[in-house]
Ligand binder design. Structure first.
Ligand SMILES: [Zn+2]
Length: 325
């Protein structure tokens, strides 16, 4: 007698990845890395994790490459958890001349001039290591990865420049943070009143129209119950659309949690408060939604919400990550 298959076994048996692909499932601090064995000599990777995990990313990718040269890095979008391993991988595999980075075309110039005001790292108070990109990609482009043609699709919402990749024969979608099995990434422009919910809805509609057989998300395991995931995402989006303030509070909690994930040994509460006060995105969100609230009060509210949800714990003056991820 066999027990009921686990969700992983189910998704694997329903939609095995093509033999030329390896999914390196990471966590929430580092996005998943998707390795493509292009031929016997060369390989590519989509997304490279967070900079604090760069050494681990290099080791994992090197193992997956099985002696091949990493000839290309592709980023679905340029958030710190998706491109933080670019510099280390590029350095390991012969520099920009031998390991070419492809980024969303709208951010190519900002990357190559390393414009931290245009890129998101400074405003979110997150870390990154500079790299150079060889090319931009845009909706409609075709990328050759793992011996297959992948169509680039726009995925604005979470990030206005975000892109996703779809392989029409095997109907696989690499969604970045546009769709996870349970939700989607914070719609950052909405935190500062710039709009993004409508774009998020259009992106979810675009995914539904592609009708993928399986989705490889930026975080979490690959999944095949795409219709259910879309239903959950649309319902969550509806809640946020009805209450943008609730979404902004959620966004602040996500940013604070990201700080905790970076420091498994815990963070001094005072240091966390300093980070909160220094992050430009936090200040702009506060200004947009709660102009009369002090940053101290907003910090306490945000931290209390994480503690109450069991997503953080407190030991004397230290705040530690807790709960899943
Ligand atoms: Zn992400």
């Amino acid at each position: 007698m066999h027990g009921a298959p686990t969700p992983t076994e189910l998704s694997t048996s329903a939609s095995p990845l093509p033999r030329s692909m390896r999914l390196l499932e990471r966590g929430w601090l580092s996005a998943n890395n998707i390795v493509f064995l292009d031929d016997d000599h060369n390989a590519s990777v989509v997304d490279t994790g967070y900079v604090l995990h760069a050494a681990q990313t290099v080791a994992l990718v090197r193992h997956a490459l099985d002696g091949r040269q990493l000839a290309r890095i592709v980023n679905t979008h340029l958030h710190s958890d998706h491109c933080g391993g670019n510099a280390a991988l590029q350095a390991t595999y012969g520099g920009a001349a031998h390991c070419a980075v492809t980024v969303p075309a709208g951010e190519l110039q900002a990357v190559n001039s390393w414009d931290e005001d245009a890129l998101s790292f400074r405003s979110t108070g997150q870390q990154a290591a500079g790299f150079s990109a060889a090319a931009g990609m845009a909706a409609g482009d075709l990328l050759q990865l793992g011996g297959m043609s992948w169509r680039v699709h726009a995925a604005p919402g979470h990030d206005p420049h975000a892109l996703m990749l779809f392989q029409p024969e095997v109907r696989l979608l690499i969604s970045g943070d546009a769709l996870w099995q349970h939700g989607f990434g914070v719609v950052f422009p909405e935190m500062v009143g710039e709009g993004g919910f409508a774009a998020t809805r259009r992106t979810l509609d675009a995914i539904a129209a592609l009708a993928p057989a399986a989705v490889i998300p930026g975080h979490g395991a690959a999944f095949t119950d795409v219709t259910a995931a879309l239903e959950r995402a649309r319902s969550r989006l509806g809640v946020f659309e009805a209450n943008p303030e609730r979404h902004a509070r959620h966004g602040l909690r996500v940013l604070l949690k990201f700080q905790l994930l970076q420091q498994p040994e815990g963070v001094a509460c005072d240091d966390l408060r300093v980070w909160f006060g220094d992050a430009e995105l936090v200040a702009r969100t506060a200004c947009h939604f709660w102009p009369t609230l002090t940053l101290d009060a907003l910090f306490s509210e945000t931290l209390d919400a994480l503690l109450l949800a069991g997503a953080a714990s407190r030991r004397d003056h230290l705040v530690c990550n807790a709960g899943p991820a």
